[in-house]
Write a protein that binds this ligand. Structure first.
Ligand SMILES: Nc1ncnc2c1ncn2[C@@H]1O[C@H](COP(=O)(O)OP(=O)(O)OP(=O)(O)O)[C@@H](O)[C@H]1O
Length: 423
């Protein structure tokens, strides 16, 4: 049976007041090649820093080959784990060969001098990563991709049992990326080196990984084979955009795409969407609708509402009412005119109270005049009106043909389908 190389047991970790990792548990067996994926800011680098004992867990524990990382002496830790960071800082004076020799420090010791074996290992690591031609150059004067290859050479020289790479191949050109991946795969297959690769290239990772770990907002939300994790619905939800997963007919590997054809669609669509929002619930909707090429109008909003500020910043026409006032008749008639000119009316997940219930009535009017109305689901938890009037109104609208939406990617594809069928 495989021993676990890395084990996270219910780990929470973060920075000062900010908790980033929230109860993360997983194990990576020795010899596995695992890709860690997830949107920007979800906590991937924080997870790596915690694994390398650069961050102390607030609770839970991290073990390397069964031993708590915090109890390992630095030299032992370096013999088990090497991390190639996103970016490495180096004092001006270090040359490439000095940096790579740093990888040997934990075995040489602070007062020792490199043996011929150390020199051989450094040489081999530089040859593997194609940096031996740069050996006398100062590290800080190298390009981003060259620096990444030197950082990898340094970690290879460390000869650890696990290598973790934090998007370290992102800056490499296509040739060097293939080479580095080949080196990692050879180390993995021939020397049973365990690899944990933080990656934003899901297709590339699908072709080389035994398993994926998918993170979102500090939690590990799915772990499994590429086929188990690379599910279009799941990825679209986590990355908050429309994604497609297909199998390459020649290699059988999974390919994740979507950006190109949505990009092609992103021109002016000649369709207007009126958004009923408030309290910040409209911001992401405005942003996504504009990017997709819709004309957007909004209201009625109170003047100091954060959605009113967002609409102004985005040049979105908005019907505004005085701060902290219920929606008055002038604003209602202005909003009705705006809604008449729109192709769709979308209600965000705005809370309803007596002051803005009229917005829901405006949407009902639009529905009754034949417009497509899409309501954010689960209004019950946001209904602060007397007698749950908003909930009753939304039920009536749903039975008259309004449609519920759950997530923004789902809403975007509903709109897309609708205007493909009704150009
Ligand atoms: N030194 C720090 N101090 C305070 N907050 C931090 C620090 N480093 C990261 N964070 C925050 O922790 C969260 C997770 O960051 P992290 O770098 O782990 O994300 P990530 O998934 O690696 O992102 P990316 O894909 O953009 O590299 C982010 O909200 C980030 O702003």
């Amino acid at each position: 049976m495989n021993e676990n190389a890395l084990t996270f047991s219910n780990v929470s970790a973060g920075y000062k007041e900010r908790v980033v990792l929230d109860g993360v548990s997983f194990a990576i067996a020795e010899g596995e090649f695992v890709s860690l994926i997830g949107p920007n800011g979800c906590g991937k680098s924080t997870l790596l820093k915690t694994a390398a004992a650069l961050l102390k867990p607030l609770s839970g524990s991290v073990a390397l080959f069964g031993q708590d990382v915090r109890h390992l002496k630095p030299a032992v830790r370096a013999s088990l784990l090497g991390v190639v960071p996103q970016k490495i800082e180096s004092p001006m004076a270090f040359t490439v060969s000095q940096i790579v020799m740093n990888g040997r420090i934990s075995s040489i010791g602070p007062w020792g001098s490199p043996s011929s074996l150390d020199h051989d290992i450094v040489e081999r690591s530089m040859i593997y990563t194609d940096v031996s031609g740069l050996r006398e150059r100062f590290f800080t004067e190298l390009s981003g991709g060259e620096q990444q290859r030197v950082a990898l050479a340094m970690v290879l020289a460390q000869e650890p049992k696990i290598i973790m790479l934090d998007e370290s191949i992102a800056h490499l050109d296509i040739n060097h990326r293939q080479e580095v991946l080949q080196i990692l795969m050879n180390l993995n297959r021939e020397k049973r080196m365990t690899i944990l690769l933080v990656s934003h290239d899901l297709t590339l990772s699908a072709g080389i990984s035994d398993r994926f770990l998918l993170m979102d907002k500090g939690s590990l939300i799915k772990a499994g084979t590429p086929a188990e994790v690379l599910q279009a619905d799941l990825l679209s939800r986590v990355y908050n955009c429309e994604l497609r997963v297909q199998q390459d007919p020649y290699t059988g590997y999974l390919q994740v795409s979507g950006a190109q054809d949505t990009l092609r669609r992103r021109r002016k669509l000649g369709k207007t969407v009126h958004v009923i929002a408030g309290g910040g619930s409209g911001l992401e909707l405005y942003r996504r609708l504009l990017i997709e090429g819709y004309e957007v109008t909004t209201g009625v909003l109170n003047r100091l509402d954060s959605d009113a500020e967002a609409a102004r910043a985005l040049n979105i026409r908005a019907v505004l009412e005085q701060p902290f006032s219920p929606v008055g008749s002038d604003a209602i008639s202005e909003a009705s005119t705006m809604i008449d000119a729109a192709d769709y009316v979308i209600l965000s997940s705005v809370p309803f109270g007596s002051g803005n219930l009229v917005n829901l009535r405006l949407a009902e009017g639009a529905l009754n005049s034949g417009k497509t109305v899409l309501l954010a689901a689960d209004i019950a938890g946001r209904d602060y009106t007397e007698g749950k009037a908003a909930l009753a109104l939304s039920k009536r609208m749903l039975s008259a043909g309004a449609v519920n939406w759950q997530t923004i990617p789902e809403l975007m594809s509903m709109l897309q389908q609708h205007h493909t069928l009704n150009p």
